[in-house]
Write a protein that binds this ligand. Structure first.
Ligand code: CO
Length: 364
């Protein structure tokens, strides 16, 4: 039997939330955080911000922002061909080869319409063509329509409709490894919810703002607006990390291993963490017996980068749940990493009293 956290992870993984269309995910986050929060609001772009007032430190206690993005990679209907096939625009950083011959749901006015990115059959290809990867511009979605009118009238599909990967959550045989879509960043969103739950129970010397952000995958847009609304003193971003523990990937590309504990990013394209905050995370991990991994990525961007640039600058760090096969229909995370990330972040937030935050924000 799945426990409460496995059920939450499964529900969040299977929820539809392609970039710009995060509503079903927002509804889950709102349901989970409403009983815990002192206030909940959405900003003008759609990010949901839950506030927990400081239980010590008074009105002037520091403002700590937690962030996790609700959106996942998706597609958007560009146009419907006269024959009833859908041409699409990608939302977020897809590999072309991850798009082909997959199941999708087109979110139309008549519901979630099943579709498949058709693949040209091998039987008509010469040896040269067989070795080639299909480019996304040549791809289309087959929704079983007989014409453009059929797609529009019977299925309710319009240009601009979002399209989401169709993929079920399942646990591997050991019960610890979870297979599903959208761990980027539903793992982070779920971790944020559980951190809020722990902080509500324990108390905390700061005002906590938990932001479930929108539109991360197209340029950290929701993090920018929600950080503006919150004006934090410290930012902690919760993300899916990049595992490097499978064939064909080297430690110089990615270092995280599933089951090795949560990780912190020491470099990605978007952000350098505050080094005093890095050291504090290392100390807290030691104190609580949480194994901590490091990752140095030459690519990647994450919401912490926008939090960091808020106001006159905000010390920030990105803490991750290691993830295999990001940006595809099927990723894998390890339950122990998730639980330990939650423990680590909650303990870290409890350390962030006014004096600690002041020292993190001081430069000699
Ligand atoms: Co992400």
């Amino acid at each position: 039997m799945p426990d409460r956290i496995e059920s939450l992870l499964a529900e969040l993984s299977e929820a539809s939330g392609p970039t710009g269309f995060e509503g079903p995910v927002r509804a889950i986050v709102r349901r989970e955080l409403t009983p815990l929060a002192d206030g909940i609001e959405t900003d003008g772009l759609g990010s949901l911000i839950a506030r927990l007032d400081a239980t010590s430190g008074g009105e002037d206690a520091p403002r700590v922002m937690l962030a996790g993005h609700m959106d996942e990679l998706g597609l958007l209907v560009r146009r419907i061909t006269p024959e009833g096939y859908l041409k699409f625009q990608t939302l977020g950083g897809w590999l072309d080869q991850a798009l082909i011959n997959q199941r999708w749901r087109v979110i139309s006015s008549k519901g979630a319409v099943l579709g498949v990115t058709g693949i040209k059959t091998v039987h008509v290809m010469n040896a040269d063509a067989r070795g080639r990867v299909f480019a996304k511009d040549d791809m289309f979605i087959d929704v079983g329509a007989t014409s453009a009118e059929d797609a529009e009238q019977r299925l309710g599909i319009r240009p601009g409709d979002p399209v989401v990967p169709d993929s079920r959550f399942e646990a591997f045989e050991d019960g610890k490894l979870y297979l599903g879509k959208a761990w980027d960043d539903r793992a982070g969103v779920a971790a944020m919810i559980e951190v809020v739950r722990l902080l509500k129970a324990s108390g905390h010397p700061n005002h906590v703002f938990a932001a479930a952000t929108v539109q991360e995958e197209v340029g950290l847009r929701g993090a920018e607006t929600s950080a503006h609304a919150i004006a934090p003193a410290i930012g902690i971003n919760l993300e899916s990390g990049v595992a490097g523990d499978y064939p064909g990937i080297s430690p110089d590309e990615a270092q995280e291993k599933l089951g090795g504990g949560p990780a912190i990013f020491l470099h990605d394209t978007s952000m350098l963490p505050n080094l005093k905050l890095r050291d504090l995370v290392i100390d807290v991990a030691k104190e609580y017996g949480v194994p901590l991994q490091f990752n140095v990525l030459s690519g990647y961007g994450q919401d912490g980068a926008m939090v960091q640039r808020t106001g006159s600058g905000t010390p920030a760090i990105n803490i991750t749940v290691p993830t295999r096969y990001l940006h595809s229909h099927n990723g894998v995370i390890h339950r122990d990493d998730f639980d330990k990330a939650v423990m680590l972040v909650a303990a870290l937030v409890r350390k962030l009293d006014a004096a600690t935050v002041a020292s993190l924000r001081t430069f000699d």
